[in-house]
Design a protein around this ligand. Structure first.
Ligand SMILES: CC(C)(COP(=O)(O)OP(=O)(O)OC[C@H]1O[C@@H](n2cnc3c(N)ncnc32)[C@H](O)[C@@H]1OP(=O)(O)O)[C@@H](O)C(=O)NCCC(=O)NCCS
Length: 217
């Protein structure tokens, strides 16, 4: 049977093998907020303010990551533990996410020692990122999470992102305070949207919008 073709070539199905039609497969009226390839063409940045530095993870961090996920508060709010093999995979996945432009994950060093984790998950076409973080018990209460969130947000705004959002359980007052200190406005509550070990949690949504100043007269 003769195959029907359009003048531009064979018609391309927009239904994938998984049975779904993905929005990215059909033409859009809107250009991507950040052009594909514009981030991964450079190395993941190292960001620092004072004694706090955000840097890409290395294989040497695996044992500290395992120790972090043994801490009760990190297990509670991130709903998992981590073996050494899982930590190795987690670190490899962080590098792969940068290469694929799906996110940036940084180790947070304070005074040269691993203090925490800051991750942005990218939605480049839509111009928004979601943030997640933890700080190890010995380093909490020193403003490290707000500094790290501020640095990551300033950087991602500088490369064209429009909005950064984060969510925390309504029971996690310390995380709510971090968001407020960095100027992430509260936008509302997603009711019973995340399942933790102790049941469903309501999640507070916070976001910060890149405030592009109009050029002066
Ligand atoms: C939440 C977390 C990232 C904060 O990091 P940090 O570097 O210690 O942040 P800060 O130094 O700014 O301290 C937290 C702020 O919350 C406040 N806070 C802490 N516990 C609080 C509580 N139970 N109720 C109200 N405020 C609280 C602190 O007083 C401080 O605010 P302040 O500077 O105005 O006094 C850290 O505690 C952590 O990693 N916790 C476990 C994992 C986690 O919750 N991850 C986030 C999941 S959304």
């Amino acid at each position: 049977m003769r195959e029907l073709t359009s003048p531009a070539g064979p018609a391309r199905s927009v239904v994938r093998a998984d049975g779904w039609c993905h929005a990215s497969d059909v033409p859009s009226f809107v250009s991507p907020a950040i052009a594909p390839g514009s981030l991964s063409s450079t190395a993941q940045p190292v960001l620092s303010v004072g004694s706090v530095q955000l840097r890409p993870w290395t294989g040497d961090d695996a044992s500290a990551v395992v120790a972090a996920y043994q801490e009760p508060a990190i297990q509670r709010w991130h709903a998992r533990s981590m073996t050494t093999e899982e930590a190795d995979e987690w670190i490899t996945a962080a590098g792969a996410a940068w290469a694929a432009e799906t996110g940036a994950s940084w180790a947070i060093d304070h005074d040269g020692a691993l203090a925490g984790r800051m991750t942005l998950t990218f939605h480049l076409a839509d111009g928004f990122a979601t943030a997640a973080y933890w700080i190890r018990a010995h380093a909490r209460g020193r403003g490290i999470a707000p500094q790290a969130l501020g640095m990551a947000t300033d950087w991602v705004f500088s490369v064209g992102m429009h909005r950064v959002e984060l969510e925390h359980s309504t029971m996690n007052a310390a995380s709510c305070r971090v968001a407020s200190k960095v100027g992430f406005d509260a936008e509302g509550t997603r009711r019973e949207s995340v399942l933790h070990a102790d049941g469903w949690h309501d999640m507070h949504v916070h976001a910060k919008i890149h405030d592009v100043q109009a050029p002066g007269p």
